[in-house]
Design a protein around this ligand. Structure first.
Ligand SMILES: *Cc1c(COP(=O)(O)O)cnc(C)c1O
Length: 399
């Protein structure tokens, strides 16, 4: 290799290395941990047996016999791959059957499956939102919604978390006649709190805006009839202006995502969403498991009921045991225990792990400076002894 080329290569790797070193020095370097024997919530983490308190498998459905059987049957009948993108030979009858069930689940005219939640959000926003439109997005929205808004090249206003006054003012100021999109998580992934959907809907109507809802952490968890997400609890029903996105990857125990809305919206996504058009369709075994999960959640309220029993049990015990101010009002299976300082947070997470509880420590840039936290997620499959154990270790660490 010539000296000149070697020099250029050294410069390249040097700049990457200095970025990595900067993360390491501030204790922010992320790393992978290996889960083995996942009989959730009992798992091994890097070989050590622990209770999993950070999975998104809220209902424990990823190990449900109905999902496994459906997945296995599809695998044997259809093989491992879907064969193409959805528009070029990859749309199996399994995809259509799932989309029909999704529309029934969500009470919408139609629904479309995407390959992941991340991909659904970047495709949806970049596909439907045009350059001269205005996007109004909650500051705490998931990264995929942030990235989708950037890709759309629209004007983006990020309003302070849940600040409806700020949002209304911003909507008022947008140019008359511009197309507006309000975009929000329904349950926020790092705080577990809920967006005020009724107010958002009223604002969307008053200011003639679309409303895009990300139900990733709410699907399967909220709603008395179908448990289809937080939108169901508003009782408003389907609306032309509301687009509901959600994932199969969390409470539904599978993989992939959906967008539900009017026939017109689904027709538009087929034409404009590049992440849908230019990517191979999800494979049969995944689609069949997703379908079985939706049917299971619709048929049987008991998974969701067990989860809520655990959430309320955790809350009543933890409120007595933990220091004042560390627990907010718990609105979902996501429970942030706010400690503030990132080093203390990561140290506490390590102490929990050493005591047999896998709880993720979350710090900037994932959450704002000064709000580092332990993020606990509860599952329908935790038993009371596991919840009691977790709380007593938390109490010993934070007490
Ligand atoms: C997890 C998540 C996503 C991404 O979904 P994947 O299927 O994991 O890609 C999108 N939005 C929110 C709010 C999420 O929590």
């Amino acid at each position: 290799m010539s000296a000149a080329i070697q020099l250029i290569e050294d410069t390249l790797t040097h700049s990457l290395q200095s970025r990595l070193d900067a993360l390491r020095q501030t204790g922010r370097l992320r790393r992978l941990r290996t889960v083995g024997h996942p009989q959730r919530p009992q798992i091994t983490l890097d070989g050590q047996p622990v209770v999993d308190c950070c999975s998104n498998d809220y209902l424990g459905l990823s190990a449900h016999p109905r999902l496994i059987a459906a997945s296995r049957e599809a695998l044997e009948q259809y093989g491992t791959g879907s064969g193409g993108s959805r528009l070029i030979g990859g749309t199996l009858d399994l995809h259509i059957a799932l989309e029909d069930t999704l529309a029934r689940f969500k009470g919408t005219e139609a629904a479309l499956v995407f390959n992941s939640g991340y991909q659904a959000n970047i495709s949806l926003l970049s596909g439907l939102v045009e350059r001269h439109d205005w996007v109004f997005a909650d500051k705490y929205n998931h990264a995929s919604l942030v990235d989708g808004a950037i890709l759309s090249r629209a004007k983006v206003v990020r309003y302070p978390h849940l600040d409806m006054g700020f949002l209304e003012n911003a909507l008022k100021k947008a140019p008359l006649g511009s197309t507006k999109w309000i975009v929000t998580d329904t349950i926020f992934s790092m705080d577990g709190d809920a967006a005020p959907l009724q107010t958002l809907y009223n604002l969307a109507r008053q200011y003639n805006a679309w409303l895009i809802l990300d139900e990733a952490h709410a699907t399967g968890i909220f709603g008395d009839r179908h448990r289809s997400g937080l939108w169901e609890t508003t009782g408003i029903g389907p609306s032309e202006r509301v687009i509901q996105m959600g994932t199969f990857s969390k409470a539904l125990g599978g993989f992939g995502a959906y967008v539900a809305g009017s026939r017109q919206v689904v027709q538009a996504m087929l034409q404009f969403c590049r992440g849908f058009i230019y990517s191979t369709a999800l494979p049969p075994a995944v689609i069949a498991a997703n379908h079985a999960a939706v049917l299971e959640v619709m048929d049987s309220p008991n998974h969701t009921a067990r989860l809520w029993t655990n959430i309320r049990y955790f809350e009543s015990k933890a409120r007595e045991a933990l220091p004042e101010g560390t627990l907010a009002f718990i609105q979902s299976p996501i429970v942030p225990v706010i400690l503030g300082n990132p080093e203390i947070t990561m140290h506490s997470a390590q102490q929990l792990l050493d005591s047999g509880y896998y709880v993720q420590g979350i710090r900037p840039p994932t959450v704002p400076e000064g709000t580092s936290r332990l993020r606990i997620t509860l599952s329908a499959n935790h038993n009371q002894a596991q919840i009691d154990g977790l709380i007593s270790v938390l109490q010993a660490i934070l007490g």
